[in-house]
Design a protein. Structure first.
Length: 166
């Protein structure tokens, strides 16, 4: 029995099916398309929820909580400045140092630290902290704490006899 070695001329290659445009070159289209058609809306079904799972799409209520925390942070900074004009003092030593050096530095650091923390907690919202508590619930706790702090500052303003003249 004799075997024949096939040569390349005996094989028929299919016609080229690839398009001329490379989809990897359409960066802005990919960003826009991926923003409105995310692929990773939920973590993979696994038993261990303590591991980090990257998502493309987060729940809309997390946006509402993040915006509310940011607005309460701005309100807290404003009420802190009003209370300081009325004779109060800052208890946080780091913020007190920033506040007495520059009000702009105080506001910038306060917003930057709060904003960074909010973004981190939203990204890790489905992560279980110490396998017990979802970070999403920590975000709700921060929201309630800020609401309580604003209430306390308003109570302090009322007990001082109203806001001082600016």
């Amino acid at each position: 029995m004799c075997r024949v070695n096939p040569t390349l001329s005996q094989f028929r290659l299919p016609p080229e099916r690839r398009g001329r445009t490379d989809r990897r070159r359409r960066i802005w289209w990919s960003i826009c398309y991926g923003s409105f058609n995310p692929r990773r809306r939920a973590a993979p079904r696994r038993r261990d929820e303590s591991k980090f799972h990257s998502l493309d799409w987060h729940s809309p209520h997390l946006l509402a909580v993040a915006i509310a925390i940011s607005l309460l942070c701005v309100g807290d900074a404003f009420l802190t400045l009003v209370l300081l004009q009325g004779g109060a003092f800052e208890l946080n030593p780091l913020m007190a140092e920033l506040l007495y050096r520059s009000v702009a530095a105080f506001a910038a650091w306060k917003m930057a630290m709060t904003g960074t923390s909010i973004v981190l907690m939203v990204v890790l919202a489905r992560y279980r902290f110490m396998r017990l508590l979802r970070v999403e619930w920590v975000l709700y706790g921060v929201l309630m704490s800020y609401a309580g702090l604003i209430g306390y500052e308003v109570w302090l303003l009322k007990s001082l006899g109203g806001p001082p003249i600016l």
